[in-house]
Design a protein around this ligand. Structure first.
Ligand code: PXP
Length: 259
């Protein structure tokens, strides 16, 4: 089975910093710790309202990830301002996300089908500059097809609804997981690389990590919260161990079934 990478999203270190308008805690220091603790890459969302990550953070994160030879995944809205920033920094990857100022977090996937004519040229320009473009979408076959048609190399499935259903013990959780699995299969069939993220914690990471087509998870809020209690390095190490365990078990199951 393909290896599973962990991208650690350090946005909420900046949320805590900005709550006081201070210079600490520093998201760049968090990124350094994350990479040393087993993160494969760093993910950051530069929002239009700069509520957490700042332009200066992106400058510094681009710098340290380059120096350490690790990927930076820039989450960005489909706007001319964000395109200019992405093209100035040329991160390894850019994940196109929907953005509304009034939302608490990225509450659903990007409607790629609806915005095809805006997204396709943007994907073209970023890809031509060497940035690997991902579309953050819901587990919906129409959105998977649209992501393929705009020329994205990657789709990241929004796992928020599933994770919330598990935490709230909602009966819809198994069905939401099945939708994620089916969408992952469909994306892989179309030749898209499959990532997943949003709302993942120690409990929900295992079923998601066991989806064989998924090759990268992007996890932030839970890890930063857990860091308050056990430290960022140990929280990441524990998440990484759970991912690896789930992956190894699903590999064994796949081998059993093929016998
Ligand atoms: N992936 C994408 C595209 C996101 O927008 C976010 C949230 O910024 C995440 C992953 C990480 O979500 P969480 O912070 O809930 O782990």
């Amino acid at each position: 089975m393909r290896p599973l990478r962990l991208g650690v999203n350090i946005d909420h270190v900046a949320t805590v910093r900005n709550a006081r308008g201070e210079t600490y805690p520093d998201p760049v220091r968090a990124a350094e710790i994350a990479l040393s603790a087993g993160a494969d890459g760093i993910t950051a969302h530069l929002r239009e309202d700069r509520r957490h990550i700042s332009d200066a953070d992106i400058d510094a994160l681009a710098d340290i990830t380059r120096k350490r030879g690790r990927p930076l995944n820039l989450e960005m809205a489909v706007t001319a301002e964000m395109e200019a920033i992405a093209l100035a920094h040329l991160p390894h990857a850019a994940c196109l996300v929907p953005e509304r100022r009034e939302e608490v977090t990225t509450e659903g996937g990007l409607d790629v089908a609806k915005s095809h004519n805006t997204i396709a040229p943007l994907v073209g320009r970023l890809s031509a500059a060497g940035v690997r473009v991902s579309c953050f979408i819901d587990a919906d076959p129409a959105q998977v097809a649209a992501a393929k048609s705009v020329g994205a190399a990657v789709v990241e499935f929004h796992t928020g609804a599933y994770c919330e259903a598990v935490r709230h013990r909602s009966p819809s959780a198994p069905q939401l997981l099945e939708q994620l699995k089916a969408a992952a299969r469909e994306a892989a069939r179309l030749g898209l690389e499959v990532h997943a993220g949003h709302g993942i914690d120690y409990e929900t990471v295992k079923p998601i990590a066991a989806i064989p087509e998924v090759v990268e998870l992007n996890i932030g809020h839970f890890l930063i919260g857990e860091a308050i209690f056990i430290g960022l390095g140990p929280a990441i190490q524990r998440m990484r161990a759970l991912m690896d365990e789930a992956r190894a078990n699903s590999h064994e199951m796949a081998e059993e079934l093929s016998k």
